[in-house]
Design a protein around this ligand. Sequence first.
Ligand code: APR
Length: 230
Amino acid sequence: MTKIVILTGAGISAESGLGTFREKDGLWTKYDLNEVATPEGFARNPALVHEFYNARRQNCVEAHPNAAHEALARLEQYIDGQMLIVTQNVDDLHERAGSRQVLHMHGQLRQALCAGCGHRWEAPLVMQPADPCPACQGGPTRPDIVWFGEYPYYMDDIWDHLRGADLFVSIGTSGNVYPAAAFAQDAGRAGAYTLELNLEPSMCGDDFVESRYGAASVLVPQWVDEVLGA
Ligand code: APR
């Protein structure tokens, strides 16, 4: 029984019009991540942080899954085996393409979190600092996003899947951020075949047995067709 773990990053959603982070014109070239993607930044200026994520939530609503998201959903549907997508992305394009086994290790734009009581609920399109938590009526209420300096979600589950994988594929990530940047090494050490599909070599490109470079909307459907023997 084939067990595939797929890691995705901002590059898989780039052709859906959602920005990446570290390329030319990337989000971190326009915003100071210390101001909008750290707990300290949120404590200093929650209105600025909500403004940043409100804009990204609006972009996400207006975006559509591309051929790469759709190919992964097709793979999950027809594969003779198990498949898990671990995404660093906070958009919901994998789910809207039809993927069901998706873990958002950096959180999700469509979810809100109460920093007071830990309650999670579906985020409104626009969040404001004064929004009370629907459960405890307190707060502060924040986007359910894992910020720099915070611990990613589902790590024990992810490492279990990496240890049991036959195939690990990384799509559209620069390999700048840990622990995701170490997943290829973790999976390779446990015996998985490792494949990188990216526009250009990532920071951890040497950790992969095979690499293919190009646009995800071209590479991913091609690769899925190979796996499904189409
Ligand atoms: N097809 C395939 N790959 C692409 C495409 C494309 N159309 N466009 C861009 N890429 C690649 C780039 O070459 C780059 O390697 O996607 C990668 C995007 O890298 P980053 O902008 O660093 O995004 P990512 O790797 O997802 O960042 C990881 O950093 O800021 C944190 O939490 C944030 O989840 C994010 C994490």
